[in-house]
Write a protein that binds this ligand. Structure first.
Ligand code: CP
Ligand code: NVA
Length: 304
C-alpha cells in the first residue's frame, strides 16, 4: 500500500492510513508479548540525518533490528556537500534495500527519491514529517477511537502543521491552525488540504486566533517555535509566538477530556508549559513510543 517511497501522506486514503494504524497496533501488542517478526531478515537499511534526532533515529534503528534487519547510520558529514546527493543515492542503491533520510530541504529528499531505486523514507524535511504524524494518528485512535474530532494546532506553520493538514483532511478531522501573522502554513499545503477535505468533509481553518482554535477542541497540538536550522531566528520568533503557548489558561477552552500533543523535542516554558506537558491530558510520550510501531508498519508495507 505504501508505494516505492514514503515522503508524505499525499495520495493516501483514510482506509489505507487506518490499515497502517491497525498493523501498528498489532505490532505494539505483539512486542508487549515478546513476539517479533522477521520481515526485514537479510535486509540492510541506510540512515542519513542532516540534522539532529533522538526519536526518529532510535525508533527506526530499534524497529529495523526487531524486524530482523540491519541499519547503517552515516555520519551527517556525508551529506555536507562532499558529493552530489545523486551520487550518494546511486552508491547506496548498490548496497542497501532502503534509505531513511532527514534533510533540511524537501528538494534534497526529492533528488534522493529520484536517484534511488530502493524505497526512500522521509525522516523529516522542512515540508513534512509523515512518520511523526502517522504515529500521532495511532495515538489519537488509541485515546479517542474512531470518529469526528476537532484538532487545534498552535504555533509555527511548518513541517508538523503541513503534515497535520494532510492527515486531518484525509481522515476527516476539523483542523484549526492558529499562528502568528506571517507564520501561517504555505498556501499550497492549505489548498491541497482543502481539496482533500472536499471528499471527507473536514473543516480546514487557518487563523491568528489561538482561543478560537482551541475552543471545544479534542486535540491540542503544538511544536517548537524555532525548528532545527532556523535557530538564528529564535530571538525574533519568541516574542511573536508568546500568545500561542499551550498553557493551563488556554487548555480550559478545550473539551475537558482533550488530549495535548507535541512531537518533541519540546522547549518547555516556550510553546508549552511544564504543567501541561507533564499533566494528565498530555500524551506526548505515547506519541514518541508509537514512532516505533507506526514506522514498523510502514516498513512492512514497503517490503510486502
Ligand atoms: N519528533 C522527532 O522527530 O524527534 P527527533 O527530532 O528527536 O527525531
Ligand atoms: N518542527 C520541528 C520538528 C522536530 C521533530 C523541526 O523541524 O525542528
Amino acid at each position: 500500500m505504501v508505494k516505492k517511497d514514503f515522503l508524505s501522506l499525499e495520495g493516501f486514503t483514510k482506509n489505507q492510513l487506518d490499515q497502517l494504524i491497525k498493523e501498528a497496533i498489532v505490532l505494539k501488542d505483539e512486542r508487549s508479548k515478546g513476539l517479533l517478526r522477521d520481515t526485514l531478515k537479510g535486509k540492510s537499511i541506510a540512515m542519513l540525518f542532516e540534522k539532529p534526532s533522538t526519536r526518529t533515529l532510535v525508533s527506526f534503528d530499534v524497529g529495523i533490528y526487531e524486524l530482523g534487519g540491519h541499519t547503517v547510520t552515516l555520519p551527517s558529514s556525508s551529506l555536507g556537500g562532499r558529493e552530489a546527493f545523486e551520487d550518494i543515492a546511486n552508491t547506496l542503491n548498490r548496497y542497501v534495500d532502503a534509505i531513511i533520510i532527514r534533510t533540511f530541504h524537501q528538494d534534497s529528499l526529492e533528488r534522493f527519491s529520484k536517484a534511488a531505486n530502493v524505497p526512500v523514507i522521509n525522516a523529516l524535511s522542512d515540508k513534512f514529517h509523515p512518520c511523526q504524524i502517522l504515529a500521532d494518528y495511532q495515538a489519537i485512535i488509541e485515546h479517542k477511537g474512531q470518529g469526528h474530532l476537532k484538532v487545534a494546532y498552535l504555533g509555527d506553520g511548518f513541517n508538523i502543521a503541513n503534515s497535520l493538514l494532510q492527515l486531518c483532511s484525509i481522515v476527516g478531522y476539523d483542523l484549526y491552525i492558529a499562528t502568528p501573522i506571517g507564520y501561517e502554513p504555505h498556501k499550497d499545503h492549505v489548498e491541497a488540504a482543502k481539496v482533500a477535505a472536499r471528499n471527507t468533509g473536514s473543516k480546514i481553518i487557518i487563523s491568528n486566533n489561538p482561543y478560537e482554535a482551541v475552543q471545544g477542541a479534542d486535540i491540542i497540538y503544538t511544536d517548537t517555535w524555532t525548528s532545527m536550522g532556523l535557530e538564528e531566528e529564535s530571538h525574533v520568533r519568541i516574542p511573536l509566538f508568546q500568545h500561542y503557548q499551550v498553557n493551563s489558561h488556554l487548555l480550559v477552552e478545550a473539551k475537558p477530556d482533550a488530549k495535548v500533543m507535541h512531537c518533541l523535542p519540546a522547549h518547555r516554558g516556550q510553546e508549552i508549559t511544564n504543567e501541561v506537558i507533564d499533566g494528565e491530558q498530555s500524551v506526548v510520550f505515547d506519541q514518541a513510543e508509537n514512532r516505533l510501531h507506526a514506522q514498523k508498519a510502514i516498513l512492512i508495507s514497503l517490503f510486502k
